[in-house]
Ligand binder design. Structure first.
Ligand code: C2E
Ligand code: MG
Ligand code: MG
Ligand code: MG
Length: 279
């Protein structure tokens, strides 16, 4: 035993680990307070039909604006919320807020909302989401939930129960960040998704990389074959948009088409003005 411990102790002392820990504890306490004060709110990024150039909906993206005016991105606080057991409360709050915002949009627009992988191993998630939609009065067909492959692989049985509850009620499911997980194709045949979102890492490099271009082309063909709508994320340049349109990609999202913006900025005329400026 001593030998085993001894070996563990050989690891060099890394001061930054202590700093990391201290930071984590601080962030966790701040996060708890932020949820209590509802300081974390959804921003909305437009999803654009690449055939008609019309906005078909918005993806809600969580933003934490601290009292000091600093923005903390979701990739930093969502993992903390998960580990600290705060993700259920945070999600309920964000979803309720997003659904309420969506009620004021034109009724054909969809709200797309991200779920964390660990949430899909919670059997009651589907029912809780449906309860929120019911409370707010947003029809299920106006809601799309974005999940990743890793979310489904973690606990496939529970994930299926949750997704079935949602799909049976009319909610649509999108497979987010497609291509970055490591068993992409198996999930496609295991579950019937309504939408596939091609990860932005593909879009970012596909014009300079001929193989990447072929991969995107193949994903679009796959979508057509499966009857699944394809969205490309992270469109930043006109040339990328053009190429995706040529390849027949259904939906686009990215800074070129619109950055995530707070609810107040979404007055329909504002966004459509931005879109037509581009043309
Ligand atoms: P995601 O769902 O893949 O969202 C797309 C991310 O790409 C967003 O980052 C968005 O702001 C960013 N993005 C959009 N267009 C462009 C572009 O043209 N260029 C570049 N470079 N980036 C672009 P964000 O908002 O920082 O969110 C990061 C991730 O955090 C999301 O990735 C999602 O997985 C997660 N997330 C965001 N909001 C929530 C939430 O409410 N709940 C959960 N569970 N996760 C969330
Ligand atoms: Mg997403
Ligand atoms: Mg994504
Ligand atoms: Mg992503």
């Amino acid at each position: 035993v001593a030998k085993k411990q001894g070996r563990d102790l050989v690891k060099p002392f890394v001061p930054s680990m202590q700093e990391e820990l201290a930071k984590r504890i601080r962030v966790e306490a701040d996060l708890r307070a932020a949820i209590r004060k509802a300081e974390i709110v959804p921003y909305y990024q437009p999803l654009v039909d690449l055939k008609t150039n019309k906005i078909i909906g918005f993806e809600a993206l969580a933003r934490w604006k601290t009292a000091s005016g600093e923005f903390i991105p979701p990739n930093e606080f969502i993992p903390v919320a998960e580990e600290a057991g705060l993700i259920v409360e945070l999600t309920d709050q964000l979803l309720r807020r997003a659904c309420t915002d969506a009620l004021s949009w034109p009724s054909e627009l969809v709200l797309s909302f991200n779920l964390s992988p660990i949430q899909l191993s919670d059997r009651l998630l589907g029912l809780r989401i449906l309860k929120i939609l019911g409370d707010v009065g947003l029809p299920a067909h106006r809601v799309e939930l974005e999940v990743t492959e890793s979310a489904i692989i973690q606990d496939a049985v529970t994930a299926r129960i949750v997704l079935d509850d949602l799909v049976n009620a009319g909610v649509r499911i999108a497979l987010d960040d497609f291509g970055t997980g490591y068993s992409s194709l198996s999930q496609l045949s295991n579950y019937r998704f309504d939408k596939i979102k091609i990860d932005r890492s593909f879009v970012a490099s596909f014009e300079t990389n001929d193989k990447q271009d072929k991969v995107i082309k193949a994903i679009i063909a796959l979508g057509a074959g499966l009857g699944v709508t394809i969205t490309a994320e992270g469109i930043e340049e006109e040339s990328q948009l053009q190429r995706l349109q040529d390849l027949g990609c259904d939906i686009g999202q990215g800074y070129l088409l619109g950055r995530p913006a707070p609810a107040e900025m979404l007055a329909a005329d504002h966004v459509s003005a931005r879109l037509s400026q581009r043309r």
